[in-house]
Every structure is written in C-alpha cells, then in structure tokens.
Design a protein around this ligand. Structure first.
Ligand SMILES: [Zn+2]
Length: 501
C-alpha cells in the first residue's frame, strides 16, 4: 500500500491525528466582489505586520506626532477586513507561501516561489498582467529579490536563490525594480562573477545605487539597488544618517514611470522589514518602519485620488513576533508610558550590532543602550548582552527566541517595574511568525460600501483578477499530497528570514 493510500484510509476512518493541519475543509467561503474594473493595480504589502504593531503606531502617531496615521484614516473610511494566512501544510505561514497565496490564488508549502512542492510551476499574477500589456514595478525595503516581491513575478523552488532570481528578473523585464541586495547583482559579490548591473544597463535600465542617483535619473526603466543586503531600517536612516532612499522616495520614483505606460500598470510596494524587526524583537525599528510605510501610503493614496482608475490593495502577509503593548500600572494608567519611551529609541538592534562589533565590553554596551535605546542597563543586563554577542549565550531560551543575539539584546531591556514602567511595556510572544488573521484593505473609487469581512489570503488573487479583468486558475495541490512529498525530502526549508548579518 502506498503512503498516500494509507493516509486516505486513515482519514476515512476519522483518525484525528491525520486531519489536515492547515486546510479549509468545512470553512465558510467568503468571496466578496469589487463589482468594477480598474486600469492600474497597486498592492501594498506590510510584511509581518500585526494588529499589535498597528496599535503601537496608531498610539505613537496620535500621542507623539499629533496626527492620525494615513492607515488609520483609510481603515476608518474604506473597505477592510481580515485575512487567514495559513499555508498548505502549516497554520503558520512564511512569506513565500503567503506571497504565493496572494499572487497565484492557491495554497503552497512554505519555502518556494510560485511553485508547488512537486516542482509544478504556478503563474504569478504580475506575469499574467504583463502578458496583457501592463507595465510592472516592484518596490521594497528588503532585497529586491526577496520572497514577497519575487513571488508576484517569478517561479523558483528556492526563495533563497536570490542571485538566480536577479537573472529571472532581467528575463522577466519589469519596468521598475527598487530595493536592496547589491550582493545579488554585483560581479564582485556574486559567486558566478556575472555583472548583473551591466546586463540590466544593456537591457535599457537606468541603474542607480544612491538616493541622489535615484532623484537625478530620467531613465524610463529603472533598477535601483541601495544596500548590500536589505535596505536599512527607517529608524537608522532617519536618526543615524544612513544614506538610502525612504520607501516613499522609492514609490515616488516608481509611480510616474509606470503611469507613463499606455496600458496601465501593476505595482507591488512592500514595507518588508516590519517582519525583520519583529523577528529581532526590536520595537523602535518596527514602529519607524510602520511610520515610513505610512508616508509611502500617503503618496499612494494621493496618486489614486489623481488617477481614479487605480485600485490600491493593502495586505499584511502574516504577523511576526508579536510585540504587544500591554497594560501596566494601576487601572493600566501607565500603559502609554511605553509609547512615550519609544521616542528615545534612535537606532535598531541591527545598527547597534554594527556599532558594537564582535567583542564589546559591558561599558560599551551600556553606552550604546543609553545613546541609542534611551535605556540605562544594569551591570548584569549589560553582561547578558556581552555574553550573547561574544559567547552566544542566549536568554531566556533560544527555542522561543530564535533570532540571536538580537532577541537577547531585546530581553536585556525588558520592562522590570510593573507599577511604573521605566522601559517600554512591550512584550514579545516569540521571534517567529504567528498564526493570527491579518489586515486586508482597499482604497479606490466606487468601493466605499463594499464589505470585505474575513477572507482567505488566496482571495487577493481573485480581487486582483477582477480589478484588471484577468481570469485563470493555477493547479491546486492537496495537503495530503504535499505532506507525502515533504516526507521524502531530505531537508526542510531553511530559516525563513535572514535578518541578522
Ligand atoms: Zn512575510
């Protein structure tokens, strides 16, 4: 008897242990419809963004910046709902399976781009849009070849094969690629020594690597790569003077180039590092990347207002962390202290790690936390950080908190006084992705009274198809088939996010 038959037999017998882990059997299907077409489509993905991140940013914007988030205003007035995110074989998705669900309309296993576990390629939505003549753009704060943008345009069994994905991008020929990832384009950094910059230039792209070059370029097709790996966090760009464009500046470079095309365009914008800072348990890095996304969102909604034949779809792909502001003090009266204290945090752990190097002493650690996190560490806490960096001794445990030494650096500055917080009252459940439903929202003309409700993330594919009048079906794989294939694979997926250099 083949394994597949055994599985089917057990399921028929009602064996609880073999019931699908992630599947949707018996779940109500909610398939809201737009009821109209658009010429242009913008998909704005907040990677790893939870409602807890939203709550902290909303409170910070109101309390410290004296304004409401553009996202808050949008959610208050336009259709929004919740999206289930589970992958084909896990309640907890990673970015490529989440990207595939949105771009291909079918569930896949974690780890590959627009592909099933048996290697069957899927057609991503932006590839179909390109076939019907739409210009295509990808703008992100991660490496431009990272899972979320890549899953919308190319198929590859390994999301980490980014040097190869850079070549697939050249063959695909989108009009705009903006993000990080020099090491996948630079001949001195690529293993095969291929000069991808020269290849893109040969194909008619303006190639830019600094904010100044981006602002100056008048090329109609653009490859912008602004950092060796991911584009630095907004908190470091803003307060530590790192010279990279903001997400808004990248969006503003992309929009006019794409809008110049006769047949309209599709654009994915990704606030890609909210996920990373949440993996690292770094509340200030998350906050400022959400605020940077908000500035980009303002530029996008302004474009939609001027070009009402454009649909803007906002989605988180999954939650990460999650870092939550928790109630503290008598009657929770001290809860907002955590919001106020975030103002003193002027750098990410990633930047602190670069400053501290591989062999810091306790005095240097204390000074870095004082200057960059606004926190006075005790001797004991500073020593905890020294040991994490120099000896890989991690606290409180390396299973739940998996991105090290950052998670220990975060743990070192955890709030100690429950009645009167002297440090932000933000707690973390893990350094991993989580299973909660996430944000889905729409902005555009003729949508005000649409009720989105709770949908599956695969429904994004149908909404995009309806918006542009593109209809096709990718092959579906069952969870049982996928599990059978995964069993015979020698290795599982690599760690989903490389976030600590
Ligand atoms: Zn993600």
């Amino acid at each position: 008897m083949k394994r597949r038959d055994i599985l089917k037999g057990s399921l028929a017998a009602g064996a609880l242990a073999l019931l699908p882990k992630g599947g949707a059997q018996g779940a109500p299907q909610n398939v809201p419809s737009l009821g109209r077409r658009y010429r242009n489509l913008i998909v704005f993905v907040y990677d790893g963004f939870s409602w807890e991140d939203y709550a902290i940013a909303q409170a910070y914007a109101r309390r410290r910046l004296g304004r409401a988030l553009a996202l808050e205003r949008l959610l208050a007035r336009y259709p929004n709902g919740l999206m289930n995110t589970y992958s084909l074989t896990s309640y907890v998705t990673e970015s490529s399976a989440a990207g595939n669900a949105m771009s291909c309309g079918v569930k896949t296993v974690n780890g590959g781009l627009a592909v099933h576990a048996d290697g069957t390629p899927l057609k991503p939505f932006f590839a179909a849009a390109k076939e019907m003549g739409k210009a295509v753009g990808l703008v992100t704060t991660t490496t431009v070849t990272h899972a979320t943008p890549a899953s919308f345009v190319v198929s590859n069994p390994d999301r980490n094969a980014e040097a190869q994905i850079a070549e697939q991008y050249l063959a695909f020929g989108a009009e705009v690629y903006l993000g990080g990832g020099d090491r996948f384009f630079n001949p001195e950094r690529r293993q095969d020594k291929k000069d991808m910059y020269a290849a893109f230039a040969q194909a008619g792209y303006g190639v830019v690597k600094t904010p100044e070059e981006l602002a100056r370029s008048n090329a109609s097709k653009l490859l912008g790569v602004f950092s060796d790996s991911h584009v630095p966090y907004e908190v470091d760009r803003r307060f530590q003077g790192l010279r990279v464009p903001s997400l808004k500046e990248m969006v503003q470079a992309a929009l006019p180039r794409l809008a110049a095309h006769r047949n309209g365009f599709v654009l994915q914008v990704e606030a890609g590092r909210i996920d990373h800072s949440n993996h690292l348990n770094d509340p200030a890095a998350t906050l400022w990347d959400v605020l940077a996304a908000d500035e980009a969102l303002e530029a996008l909604t302004a474009f939609v207002d001027r070009n009402p034949d454009t649909l803007l779809l906002l989605a988180a792909d999954h939650a990460t962390g999650v870092g939550a502001l928790y109630g503290t003090g008598r009657s929770y009266l001290e809860s907002s202290v955590g919001i106020d204290l975030l103002e003193a945090q002027k750098a990410s752990f990633e930047h602190m790690g670069r400053v501290l190097g591989t062999n810091p002493d306790a005095g240097q650690v204390k000074e870095a936390y004082r200057a960059m996190k606004g926190v006075a560490l005790s001797d004991e806490e500073a020593q905890m950080v020294v040991e994490a960096i120099t000896k890989r001794v991690y606290l409180p445990d390396a299973v739940r908190y998996s991105i090290q030494p950052a998670n220990t650096m975060s743990w070192a500055m955890v709030q100690k006084n429950a009645q009167k917080p002297e440090r932000p009252n933000i707690g973390w459940s893990s350094g991993q992705h989580t299973a909660s439903p996430v944000m889905l929202a729409l902005y555009g003309q003729g949508l005000r009274f649409l009720n989105l409700g709770l949908v599956d993330n695969t429904h994004v594919f149908r909404l995009m198809g309806e918006a542009l009048g593109i209809r096709y079906q990718n092959p579906v794989m069952s969870e049982e088939e996928a599990l059978e294939i995964l069993k015979s694979r020698p290795v599982g997926m690599r760690h989903p996010e490389e976030v600590w250099a």
